[in-house]
Every structure is written in C-alpha cells, then in structure tokens.
Design a protein. Structure first.
Length: 421
C-alpha cells in the first residue's frame, strides 16, 4: 500500500508578507471607494451603447449593479489582504477586480444616461497604440540592460519625421519609415553615450527627451514659418481604416475593433513578433542573458556590447513607429510636444507589465482605457471637475506603478554599464 507523501507547508517570507499586505491594503481602499460610489448612485438604469449611433444598448440597474460589483471587489481585496490570491487565478481575479471597480464607477457617473461603450473601445485602441509601441521599445532596451527614459523623445522624433516626410513624399509608407529612422537616431545617441561612454542612463534619457523636444519644436517653427510652410511640410493627412475580411462583419465588435489603420495592425503584429523573438529565439535568449548577467554571458562568447546596441536600436525603431501614429495615424499633423508625456506612461507600462511584451501591452491598454474614459466622462457631464478628470490617467498611472513596485523584479543588470575585460 502506497504511503501518501506528507504535505509540506510553504512558509511566507517576511518580504512576501509585506508585499501581500501592501497590495491588499491598496485593493481594500479601492473596494471601499467602490462601495461608497454604489451607496450614492442615483436610481435608474445605465445604458451601455453597443453601436456608434446608440440604437443598440444594454441597460442595467445602476445602483444594484454597483452594489453587486463593489461587493465582489471587496471580497477579492479581503482575500488578497488575508492570505493572498491563488497564484493560478491571480491574474483573472485582478482583472475581475478592475472590471468591477470600473463598471461600478461608470454606473455612478452615467446613471440615467447612455455610456457609449463602442466609442470607449475605439478610443482605448487609438490612445493605447503609441503607448504599446513605446512600451515594447522599453522592454527591448531594458531586457538588454539599458534603461530607456528617452521613449518620449523617440516618440516626438518619429511624429515629427512622419509628418514632414509623408507630406513631402505623399506616401504614408515613406513617412512611417522616416519615423522609424528618427527613432533609431535618438536611440543611437542613447546607445553610444550609455554603452560606449558609460554615461548615467537615467540622466542621459532625460537629456535626450529635452533634446528631442527642442529639436522638433525648432524644426516645426522654422518650416511652418516659410511661405506655405504648413501645406508643404505639415499636412500629411491620416491613414484610412482597413477592414479585416470576415472579422469586420461581426456585429458590434467587428466595425469597432477590426476596422483600424495599418499602424494599429502593425502594433499587434509587433507584440506577437517581439514576444516570440525574446522568448523563442537564440537572439532573444542572448538579450535576456545580457540584461541579467552580462559578464556570465560574455564568458560563453556572447558579444554583450553588440547585443545591447542591437536591442536599443531596434527599440528606437519601434518607438519611432509609435510616434508616427500621432501624426499620420490620428491627427494628420504635427504640433510641438504632442507626445504629451505618453513616453513616460509607456515606461510605467513596462514596469507594471513586468518587463514582458504581453504584460506591458496589457498595462498600456489599461492606461489607454483610463485616458479614453476621461474623455467619455467629460461628454457625459459628470459631477467630477474637469481638472480632476484630466489628471485621472496620470494619477492611476502612479497608483498602478506604486502597487506594482515590490511585486516585480527588473533585469538585474538594468542601468549598469558593462566594461569588457
């Protein structure tokens, strides 16, 4: 008769306990806030619009829905605080907590009104695309051990180059290539000064952001000051949406998700490609080895400096493409400082996403969702002051990263210069 193996209890480390309690307290605060919103929600129904015209909608009782979802959020928060969520289901439960809180908030803000859900989805995709591309650039660089604070500058350079070159050439493709080259140019400065000359990567990144901001602003002023300057250099137009066969015909979701510009589809493709490259190829293994222990990687014949140069330059190309979305992908023209802090939010998405392409994409989608939600709430004329709505995406960014700090571990060699011996 087989004797069952004894069950060995796994003791929680003091650091793990502190992390669990810290995150649990944060979730409890949010859950109690959701309960408070449910308590003051007006009676009536909230309609979630499922079409652009608003003809199709799902109606839910605002107060009752808020109460149910806020209680669900509180249960998840208490379990996390008490003993921690099960590791296997933690991702799904955290996602459920976020959905419960957001829907409770919408029920409070839009009670008796129609919340345009399709507009929210479209806005999330539009606002998340440059964030995702910037976050992918950050993942590539930091996995190789180079901290990329200069994402904001790479986005700006890409946006400016795309607008000018696409206007002059009349080709969106040429403009996108120019944007990638502009991002590579900023990345080359980051690589040379941080890898070869061992300049502090944090300080260098800030300097490059200031440099890109000043350079693009100067070029914009000089070119638009010429006769017919705006028409000659800053009217590229915007890409037309491309409908995906079959998928675009799906009711409700089809026209909302599967009719996007080429840059959005390129973003989705890059998420898949970079994930596969980092975790399923020899080059990706070398990138991660260089970011974790460069000296050990060098002992087995890996060219540490070469790999870091390659990763940083590739990241610059991806970020430059994200900058192109600001101009030829959405607005149809360049304005000074139009990146508006998106590069730093993308950097926060890298941290929140655990330096993983998929995780960083999900984090960027979350930030894009909050920015789109801000615009929807302004249209609905909620009782929240406009100034508070404008700061909401950045406040949530700080809270999300604060919740992630201590829960994640960056690449060990991140920010550390390597000197070959």
């Amino acid at each position: 008769m087989a004797v069952p193996e004894p069950v060995v209890a796994v003791r929680e480390s003091p650091e793990g306990r502190r992390r669990r309690v810290r995150l649990g307290v944060l979730l409890v605060v949010f859950a109690l806030g959701a309960l408070g919103l449910a308590a003051v929600t007006r009676s009536g129904a909230v309609a979630f619009g499922l079409s652009v015209s608003g003809s199709a909608a799902v109606r839910l009782p605002a107060a009752a829905t808020g109460w149910v979802l806020s209680v669900v959020a509180l249960v998840i928060a208490v379990v996390q605080l008490w003993r921690g969520l099960p590791r296997r289901w933690s991702g799904a439960l955290f996602a459920l907590f976020g959905v419960a809180f957001v829907v409770t908030f919408i029920c409070w803000a839009a009670a008796g009104k129609t919340f345009p859900l399709t507009n929210q989805i479209q806005g999330t995709l539009a606002l998340s695309t440059p964030l995702i591309l910037g976050a992918l650039a950050g993942v590539l660089c930091e996995r190789a051990g180079v901290i990329n604070i200069a994402i904001e500058g790479q986005l700006l350079a890409g946006a400016c180059a795309a607008a000018i070159v696409a206007t002059m050439s009349g080709s969106f493709l040429v403009g996108a290539v120019a944007a990638m080259l502009a991002g590579v140019a900023i990345a080359w400065l980051l690589a040379v000064f941080s890898i070869r000359y061992l300049v502090n990567q944090i300080v260098l990144g800030v300097v490059l952001v200031v440099f890109a901001t000043g350079l693009t602003g100067y070029l914009f002023d000089q070119l638009t000051a010429l006769p017919d300057g705006s028409a000659r250099f800053d009217e590229p137009g915007t890409m037309q949406p491309i409908a995906v066969p079959v998928l675009s015909r799906i009711p409700i979701l089809g026209p909302t998700i599967f009719e996007q510009t080429a840059l959005v589809y390129a973003m989705v493709l890059l998420v898949v490609v970079i994930t596969v490259v980092l975790y399923r190829t020899r080059w990706g293994m070398r990138v991660r080895a260089v970011g974790e222990h460069p000296r050990a990687a060098a002992t087995v014949g890996i060219g540490v400096l070469r790999i870091r140069y390659q990763a940083v330059l590739l990241g610059g190309a991806v970020a430059g493409l994200g900058g192109a979305y600001f101009t030829i992908g959405s607005t149809g023209g360049f304005t000074k400082e139009m990146a508006a802090g998106n590069g730093f939010i993308a950097l926060a998405a890298v941290i929140m996403g655990r330096w993983n392409p998929i995780g960083s994409t999900c984090a960027a989608l979350f930030f894009g969702f909050t920015k789109a939600l801000q615009g929807q709430l302004q249209v609905l004329a909620t009782p929240i002051p406009t100034e508070v709505l404008q700061m909401t995406p950045y406040l949530l960014t700080v809270i999300a990263v604060a919740g992630a700090v201590g829960q994640v571990r960056p690449p060990r060699a991140g920010g550390e210069p390597y000197v070959a011996q």
